[in-house]
Design a protein around this ligand. Sequence first.
Ligand code: RUQ
Ligand code: CUA
Length: 770
Amino acid sequence: MNKRAQRLTTLATGVVLGLGAAGAAWSEDTLKDVMDRRGLTEKDLLAAAKTYVPTGGRDEFVVFASGGQSGQVIVYGIPSMRLLKYIGVFTPEPWQGYGFDDESKAVLEQGRTRGKDLVYGDTHHPAMSETDGAYDAKFVFINDKANPRIAVIDLHDFETKQIVVNPFFKSAHGGAFVTPNTEYVMEAAQYAAPLLEDGFVPLEEFNDKYRGGLTYWSFNKEKGRIDPENSFTLELGPYSQDLSDAGKKDSYGWGFTNSFCTERYVGGIERGRPPFEAGCSSKDTDYLHVTNWKKAEELVKAGKVKKEKGMYFIPLEQAIAEGLLYLVPEPKSPHGVDVTPDGKYIIVAGKLDSHVSVYSVEKIMKAIEEGNFEGKDPYGVPIIPMQDALHTQVNLGLGPLHTQFDSKPCVAYTSLYVDSQVAKYDYCEGKVLDKLSIHYNIGHLMTMEGDTINPQGKYLVALNKLSIDRHQPVGPLHPQNHQLIDISGDKMQLIYDMPLPLGEPHYAAAIRAELLQPAVRYKSGWNSRTDEQHPNRTRAGRETTERTCDADGKCTTRVMGTVIRSHITPEIIEAEVGDQVHLHLTNLERAQDQVHGFALYGQNVNLSIEPGKTASFSFVADEEGVFPYYCTEFCSALHLEMQGYLLVRPKGYQATEVSMVEGTLYSQADYDTQVKTNLETQAVIDQVVAYITARNFQDFPTAVALVEDATDQLGFAQESKKKSEDAAAKADWQNAMLWANQWWQYQVKAADLGLRAKNLLDEEGATVNK
Ligand code: RUQ
Ligand code: CUA
């Protein structure tokens, strides 16, 4: 047996014997030794035990955190706080090819604003799709505050599928929040601006011409896309609308949006006026907006709402006349508004008031029914007396911001920004239960599924602004700090600090990991961004490069190629200067995680081609030259050989060399040696196959997928074997040897897959067939 075949056999027996049992190093240290050496207390160990996930283990919850001004979404696990993914949303993300392939560029282009391509977003609030008020693990929505937009991420593949631009707003903070069946995604404006005009309107006309607003984006669950055609916007007063939340259960059909700066102050330090911060916090109260989306929807369906700028638009007068909009005073400069899991109360936290105000939905509805109003705002919106709407107020501390809920009834947690604390309290009884100091300036906080009808309790994450001295200094720009808190007992316990090195993650949502069922591959030849078969998909053996020229001499080179371990087809692409080049590459793999990348020198081409995906890139070959390309993922032992050349010829180039000069010439002896290796390798493969098929591998879907993939590779091996034998029959030893080597390459891949399957069966305790 020669060396290469030997290596495989050793590998195979190693797996059979289960070598590599945990070394003796573990036993040399006692727990006490480690505690002493690292200066850890028993409390530390307890915290570590609560967060540690052993190698190979999984987290119980998965978090989708905003990536702030990075324009991405960050995915991590709880309780380990280990990062899993950054999802490109408003910002190009090269690893995923997002914003590089034609398919995802089309998504980013949907987010164009005023004719400009925007390559970032200021993401604030992720929201998970819901069915009957509970997370259904299908979609995540997130807003862009700076350029009022909402993005849709599909949890089938964790990819961004759609970006919609709000036609009216010039900023939007109060999104994304979903209604209980994801009928709508709420997005409230922040900084008032003219809604119907994009031109200049002087600030002197602020009160008359500037407006706030609230958009209810209609969501089509089947299509998985926002449907702007059936969405509508309510015009609101020029108050800075802030966060929103949708009513549920008892408050189903209603939405709640608070506001600050109802003083309608317009600032202007340079005009000798006091700054915004003074003018926007002089009154004692601001307004909670109560909106009836159910009724608004009926009006839209009845054809009673007009469209402006392509979207249904409900002017203030119409909203007031139809009873779609009411105001309730709330303590000054509120920030978060959160509906309790039963939908009976609305908790508003005011930055400049030490209380949270718990409003009763029942009382609000009663006031509306009875027409119990204390007056109207300057635009004619009825105001419900605060005292008649309040259930209770709870004095928590300085700078209350956001509220989340526990699995225990009536228990809520509110972040205290100024005090840098989390307060736990009973909102039914109005009493404080516990307080915990966190590291610094907490903004949002988040409990597990804490904004649904069935919060899961267990953990809370404090999303702190600025981490100051908490982590290893990495220059003047510090990471943010997420702190994990155990809330399973009566007393909260801080158990983990996580530096988050991407943007300011404002808010996050956590879902039980078991609810997520993402795909491991696409259907073959798939456009992942439109979720359709790709018109330019290719199958193995059908790869083409075509060059066509139109009557004006404009030429196009179109490549329909494939990638599979370990080659890119085609390996040589020829084009002429000035050609429009379109590359379409389909990943033929079916194995889990068998991704290939594609990078091309000097053209900003960078693709991520996951199993089944077809990704495209179009560019003009505006310069002659030699452009190597290669696969960017270390996908197999011959990954570095996964390469090719794009040759851009000068105009009118005539080839002089007819045949390629190869560096090494092979003899019959080389061919014979290779064939011997291949036969020995086949014997190893047969052993592995026998081992697998003697067991109940069909009971393990991953093993089945690996076996299918290995069978494919063996099929390719057969094809190469045939080619090498044909060449040998003609005594063409050069081609005979090269094809024999290709035959071996496929064998190695098959053996690798077989061993992975075998390994998995051993780990999972597969049994021998009777
Ligand atoms: S924010 S710290 Cu939700 Cu944008 Cu409150
Ligand atoms: Cu494919 Cu490396």
